[in-house]
Design a protein around this ligand. Sequence first.
Ligand code: NCD
Ligand code: ZN
Length: 320
Amino acid sequence: MHVHLRQDDMLRNVTPFTARQFVGAVCMPNTLPPVDSVERYDRYCAEIRAAAEPYAFEPYVPLFFHEGLTREVLAPARERLFGVKLYPAGVTTNSEAGVSELAKIEPVLDVMQDLDLPLLVHGETNGYSHDREREFVGVYDHIAKTFPKLRITMEHISTVEAAAFLDRHENVFATVTLHHLLYTMDDLLGGMWNPFMFCKPIIKSPKDRAALRDLVLSGHPKVMFGSDSAPHTEVAKRTEGAAGCFTAPVLLPCLAQFFEEHDALDRLQAFVSDHAQRIYRVTPPKREVLLEEATWTVPPRYGSIVPVNAGQVLRWRVAG
Ligand code: NCD
Ligand code: ZN
């Protein structure tokens, strides 16, 4: 329920990894320019569908939040829209066009609540890197209280505080990534610096990871899998320090291994699919994906992109 498919050649190269394992995905709108109008939305959905062929794949693309998303813009297209994604300005890749004054977002939220359009949020401030998400929890609290009927998704939660906040309001949900479930700061910089583990929000402490694991492994009904797979070229990762982990090729195999190691394989299906279908009220095409126990080695790179877990041996794979 959170993936970056990008544009043009990158879109065509990375989409099959997602479409092979999933029947649909929330495809984020932080393209250049962002998907910030109904026209761009229609075009981007069509491009994703074409890139996913021959798989039947449903893109759920939230519009990029801006103050121009008025009732006049949103209401006529409501039936085919999915939601709206809010990025505070400058907090992550391609978010320069995001919101700089949170005080001004309320008229749009009011319309969204009225139209029952979900709000997806990159919940970080511009503060110290490890505190950005903790500092943003107050904003979630304010929005959830002010708009009690608005469904709000805290994207890619990474902290004890966000995990604890989840049950404070009925209308607040969360996605959790693979990398925040599996790794900690030590995997990023405890040994040799690993630029392919660098993402926003930054991977945090063992305590934070434990809180996420508890949520996910308990089968919490408000928690959805959102990989935040975010491809950048190897050059951009190594020389520009681009934030984002490319996990798309390894998602289901790694999740299966993680759930199996924690004796929770029976909860995998709900985490990757059922919870999201209920929370977002979506009905993607039906498809059965078969996971088999068979070892394979993750390639060092896919074209110009280095995946997370490059070179590692995984124990599960997607069959067929
Ligand atoms: C994402 C990207 O590259 O688009 N980067 C990231 O570090 N996760 C954007 C985002 O979801 O923050
Ligand atoms: Zn993302």
